[in-house]
Design a protein. Structure first.
Length: 240
């Protein structure tokens, strides 16, 4: 009696024909497109599709961070960019990151959790971890931006209202070819005593008619929750 040959499953194919781990994660997670919840979110998404630089203004809870993180994750998954770079000014206000323990990256990491969690949720934890280890997702402290050049990337500057004019100039001159820049901030929430770099960039963009979309969210654009909207309105009404 002849022995039956074992059934050959697809997983038995030569290991060299399998997709890399990162590519498998990207292909297997088919995700729906971002759906805007307000007209300003729709304007933001339209700008992200065509503009190399975007300035996004407005209060908390309007989706500024969520849309930026999700857009960046999708472009990385599709290999339209080489990496995602996340940065923000030193925190908390008035104190250098040198006051906090750990490496520079470890010091800033807790302050960019809203962005990193959004990207992780969109990509999946496994793909996110692989991308971080490969350097495809990088958190860059503002203190060490000088001397760097970022090509073929999406660079997200969060809390831009807390940059000085000199700092945001330094940041914008780090941008290389094939890179998209997203500048998020709320000019009403600056912690600086001097002029905000974000205000300076807005003024220069408008006065020089630069081809940079400025998306301005309002209180009516708050989508996080009714409680969030209530408190943002209360604090703004009190001038806080």
């Amino acid at each position: 009696m002849k022995k039956r040959r074992p059934t050959r499953f697809q997983d038995d194919h030569d290991i060299s024909t399998r997709r890399p781990v990162r590519q498998r994660h990207q292909v297997e997670r088919e995700l729906p497109p971002i759906r805007p919840m307000t007209p300003h979110q729709s304007d933001y998404l339209d700008a992200l599709r065509v503009a190399e630089q975007i300035i996004v203004l407005g209060p908390a809870g309007t989706g500024k961070t969520y849309i930026a993180g999700t857009h960046a994750a999708d472009r990385l998954r599709k290999r339209e960019i080489r990496k995602i770079v996340i940065t923000r000014p030193n925190v908390p206000a008035g104190r250098s990151l040198g006051f906090f323990p750990g490496t520079l990256e470890e010091k800033i990491a807790p302050w960019v959790v809203p962005l990193t969690e959004t990207i992780k949720e969109r990509m999946g934890a496994g793909a996110f971890d692989v991308a971080v280890k490969a350097g495809d997702i990088e958190i860059v402290p503002f203190e060490v931006m000088r001397g760097r050049t970022f090509d073929n990337a999406i660079v997200i500057l969060d809390e831009a209202q807390n940059t000085t004019p000199a700092e945001i100039k330094m940041f914008l001159t780090r941008i290389g070819d094939g890179t998209q820049v997203i500048i998020n901030g709320d000019v009403s929430q600056t912690d600086l005593r001097e002029t905000s770099g974000l205000r300076t960039v807005i003024h220069l963009t408008k006065s020089n008619s630069l081809p940079i979309p400025i998306i301005e969210f309002e209180l009516d654009d708050i989508v996080r929750s009714g409680i969030c909207g209530m408190w943002v309105r209360a604090f703004e009404g009190a001038g806080i």
